[in-house]
Design a binder for this molecule. Structure first.
Ligand code: PMP
Length: 404
């Protein structure tokens, strides 16, 4: 038994992390990891999360019973309000079904499974994914029998958005196609559409009757402002675009390992929403039965307490602004001090944890091999890996590989 099982290739990010750990060079830098680090390269437990943990620890009413199948109600309702906003028409008219999931990955999976079963496909089951996208998107949709196809997104010539390519893909896809959209801080490029471009994207989606599958893994973490990072999702909801949202609290609450997330499906009417909820419950039951309680309790406490919520916003701003400061400083060193050849505007124009530097495969490999700076071959760096201690070494090494 199992002799016929082929060996799967290792995940490239985990492979990179292992190589980084094994490296004994003192100035080594890990820019592969998709998790926040403080200015000393350490994981950061948000002070508000520490406080909420203390409160839970001393709550005599808590036990280890199962949560409801669709999750902790105080968590899911507050999470829906957080992404859709207090003025959401869908929320006011009870058209949102919210289910607690195993972080953002679980939300993507449950959303994909639900679509696979119930979307009412006219023909082949297909999901349009941005080129490139978070690599896991491909696997998640394939797992439930939905074929991933790519739409143009990143333009290497401008290190920016291929807006015309994107719009043409929306216009030429068969009616009622499903498009996955990154709500903010596109992973891996860091390239987001502008407000005006989102407007045009929504228009094209409505014209063709497409469905928006929003993946929101970085609300607040991108700009430092929860509302600003939710603006595309809220705008689409206002416009009446048919949609669902996958929400993760891994990054913005630093709760990576706790697996806190939610799936929100918006229906055209409350009655439809009730049916959607019944089917999502059936699917969830067979997948995980009941979602985990600890992380959801933490986030629920933070979202439902005005004082803790304000504190959370400050913690989010701390993370986002440190990253934004690194972008600015990197840009300044490259353009003003080192006068590195090429245009580096994208370093400050891109948003969120990741940045496509524009480095090619050879240059990316050279950084790993010659400078002990670990990044993926596509030239993507995690800005969270940069800090005031290693920024200059990184900038100088980057400058060297660009000059060849
Ligand atoms: N979607 C995107 C685009 C992501 O970048 C991530 C995190 N890497 C996720 C979803 C989900 O992460 P998690 O399951 O840890 O919430």
């Amino acid at each position: 038994t199992w002799n016929q099982v082929p060996l799967a290739p290792p995940d490239s990010i985990f492979k990179l992390t292992a190589a980084f750990k094994a490296d004994t060079y003192p100035q080594k830098i890990n820019l592969g990891v998709g998790a926040y680090r403080d200015n000393d390269s350490k994981p950061w437990i948000l002070p508000v999360v520490k406080k909420a943990t203390e409160i839970l620890l001393h709550d005599p009413a808590l036990d280890h019973e199962y949560l409801p199948i669709t999750g902790l109600p105080d968590f899911t309702s507050a999470a829906a309000k957080l992404i859709l906003g207090p003025d959401s028409n869908a929320l006011k008219t009870n058209r949102v079904t919210s289910v607690q999931t195993i972080s953002g990955t679980g939300a993507n999976h449950l959303g994909a499974l639900f679509l696979s079963r119930f979307y009412g496909w006219n023909g082949e089951k297909r999901i349009y994914l941005s080129d490139p996208t978070w690599a896991n998107h491909h696997a998640i949709f394939k797992n439930v029998g939905i074929d991933p196809v790519s739409y143009p997104y990143y333009d290497p010539k401008t290190v920016g958005l291929d807006f015309n390519g994107f719009i043409s893909a929306l216009q030429s896809a068969p009616t009622r196609s499903v498009f996955l959209l990154h709500a903010c801080a596109h992973n891996p490029t860091g390239v987001d559409p502008t407000t005006e471009q989102w407007d045009k994207i929504a228009e094209a989606i409505l014209e063709k009757g497409h469905y928006a599958f929003f993946d929101c893994a970085y609300q607040g973490f991108a700009s430092g402002d929860l509302d600003r990072d939710a603006s595309a999702v809220r705008y689409f909801e206002q416009k009446g675009v048919p949609m669902l949202i996958c929400q993760s609290f891994a990054k913005n609450a630093g709760l990576y390992g706790e697996r806190v997330g939610a799936l929100h499906v918006i229906a055209p009417a409350k009655e439809t929403s009730d049916r959607v909820k019944s089917q999502l419950s059936v699917l969830q039951r067979s997948e995980i039965s009941n979602p985990p309680s600890h992380g959801a309790r933490l986030v629920s406490l933070i979202l439902n307490d005005a004082g803790l919520f304000e504190e959370w916003k400050r913690d989010i701003a701390t993370m986002a602004h440190r990253i934004i400061a690194m972008r600015k400083e990197l840009f300044t060193i490259l353009t003003e001090e080192l006068k590195t050849p090429g245009n580096w505007d994208h370093i400050v124009n891109q948003i969120g944890m990741f940045s496509y530097t524009g480095l090619n495969t050879d240059q990316s490999k050279a950084l790993v091999e010659k400078a002990h700076i670990y990044l993926t071959n596509n030239g993507r760096i995690s800005m969270a890996g940069l800090n005031t201690h290693n920024l200059r070494y990184f900038a100088e090494s980057l400058d060297k590989v660009v000059r060849g």
